[in-house]
Ligand binder design. Structure first.
Ligand SMILES: Nc1ncnc2c1ncn2[C@@H]1O[C@H](COP(=O)(O)OP(=O)(O)OP(=O)(O)O)[C@@H](O)[C@H]1O
Length: 253
């Protein structure tokens, strides 16, 4: 990871001209955007728009064919996911993959080991995070005993245990009923308010996008179709045609 000149102060993430092809299929094309420190960016777009591919490129799971990714002033294009996570950019996955033979706390501790800390510090950090996501009562239960909402919280806890500066959330609300979504949204808002965490979140549930985002990026066919406040993008006729028109509101997606 080499320092990159010219990154504006206060920019957490700079994605510049990113392109990605899968055997001739253009999944991302010239994607450009910046995220400020402590900003919350919602990412929306139709199925296949390239949202998850974008996360994979940012987090090092995929190497882009063009462009670069600069995190905290350092060019991380092509760095390994592990190295990027250690540097403080962490993602959650749409499909949760906890270690079923381990307890909730053990799963979180394992993630916490990514950041160097004492044994005592590690246990304390893991317990704090388990409490924070509301899984305190489940700490010593097997991870596979958790209901869907609990698995989502565990996925979030594992990411938080790595003390992210930038957190990328891939449909963290999917599969939750509205009453289960509220505490997760409150937690995400608190992460920014209390910890200053920068958040990027892919989401189909527009009520959540409207509530949480400072800014919204709309992807369509691998390109940035629009970017702006939630109000701006949701009233943009191109966005309505490409995405919102097909599934208005999306509250129970
Ligand atoms: N590993 C891969 N190999 C080949 N094609 C891929 C691969 N990953 C994604 N794609 C294709 O790239 C395009 C973008 O997919 P991606 O999963 O990034 O979209 P998305 O916006 O996240 O969609 P969804 O909302 O359905 O999750 C799609 O056409 C998809 O089929």
């Amino acid at each position: 990871m080499s320092p990159t000149a010219g990154t504006a102060a206060g920019t957490a993430l700079d994605v510049a001209g990113v392109g990605k092809d899968f055997r001739g299929l253009r999944a991302l094309s010239d994607v450009d955007f910046r995220v400020g420190e402590g900003e919350i960016l919602g990412i929306i777009g139709p199925n296949g728009a390239g949202k998850t591919t974008l996360f994979n490129v940012i987090c090092g799971a995929l190497r882009p064919d063009a462009g670069r990714v600069v995190f905290g002033g350092r060019d991380i294009t092509g760095a390994s996911p592990d190295r990027i996570a250690r540097a403080g950019m962490v993602r959650t996955f749409q499909l949760m993959r906890p270690f079923g033979s381990m307890s909730v706390l053990e799963n979180v501790s394992l993630a916490a080991q990514h950041r160097r800390q004492s044994r005592h510090g590690l246990r304390k950090r893991s317990l704090d995070v388990v409490e924070r996501v509301g899984l305190g009562e489940w700490a010593h239960c097997g991870a596979t005993e958790l209901p869907t909402a609990g698995l989502k919280r565990l996925e979030l806890a594992r990411a938080l245990a790595m003390r992210p500066k930038v957190l990328l959330l891939d449909e963290v609300l999917a599969g939750l009923v509205p009453a289960e979504r509220e505490p997760v949204l409150d937690l995400l808002a608190a992460l920014r308010e209390e910890d200053g965490t920068t958040l990027l979140f892919i989401e189909h549930i527009m009520a959540a996008v409207m509530r949480l985002s400072d800014r919204v990026l709309v992807l369509d066919q691998g390109r940035v179709l629009a970017a702006g406040s939630a109000e701006e993008v949701t009233s943009d006729p191109r966005v309505i045609e490409a995405y919102l028109g097909e599934e208005p509101g999306g509250d129970d997606d």
